[in-house]
Design a protein around this ligand. Sequence first.
Ligand code: SAM
Length: 279
Amino acid sequence: MSAVGTLYVVATPIGNLQDITLRALEILKSAHIVAAEDTRNTSHLLGHFGISARLMALHEHNEQLAAPKVIAALQAGKTVALVSDAGTPGVSDPGSLLVRTVRAAGLPVVPLPGPSAVVCALSAAGLDAPHFLFYGFLPSRPASRRKALAALQALPYTLAFYEAPHRIVETVDDLLAVLGGAREIVLARELTKVFESIHGCKLADAPAWLAGDPNRQRGEFVLLVAGAPPAEKEEIGAEAQRILSLLLAELPLKQAVKLAAEISGEKKNALYDLALQLK
Ligand code: SAM
């Protein structure tokens, strides 16, 4: 049996075509088939780099039907490159189902890293937070959107959303309504393009900023919102601290905490945290 082909998952630019990687160009040039979300868009991209490739359509409405064709091509030893309209396939874009099917068939899948709007926005946002949660697109219906936001409200991670221009105003209004005005938001618009802008402010000020100039509502957006602030630590009274220290010197931790809570009336959880620090 001849060697099987590889499915390459190829990230492409999110605006500036110079952001294509050398490796992406090499694979797009040599692939037998380029599976593209929109073949017209991808022909423009390939044309710009002087690449002529055999294109097949692979989008959210035909991914299931197209997957067996890709598998057949790979089994026949062909190389297939998967691209989406912009950025990384499978990230708020089609591709995951194909990748899953190919992997399940035991065929090789190789990722070619490159642009993705969320990482691009994070890199220039300057939010001083070690973790983020990538949500992608919120639901388009207001009630579902608010419900989705309510489920994220308590998370202490930067929240990253994608949004389209026709919904940016209502989405920012809902972010404010559900998450409150005190958090920082960064609106990263048209990244890598001519009218790129990255604006940071308090959520309370974001609706007025958007309303301040219609151009600020145009284009593609990544919205980054600071996570929930850490819950205030409960203060433990000096007397309760003294009791806990005395008991800890004589008893195992759990027993000391239990007794200290009974004697002082302070919450067990708070005393337990303190006991861990004192030990
Ligand atoms: N797969 C892409 C990626 O890896 O980023 C995302 C594709 S998703 C269908 C398109 C959304 O990504 C846009 O609505 C916008 O929220 C975000 N996006 C894409 N390009 C962008 C850009 N140049 N600037 C800001 N956001 C962008």
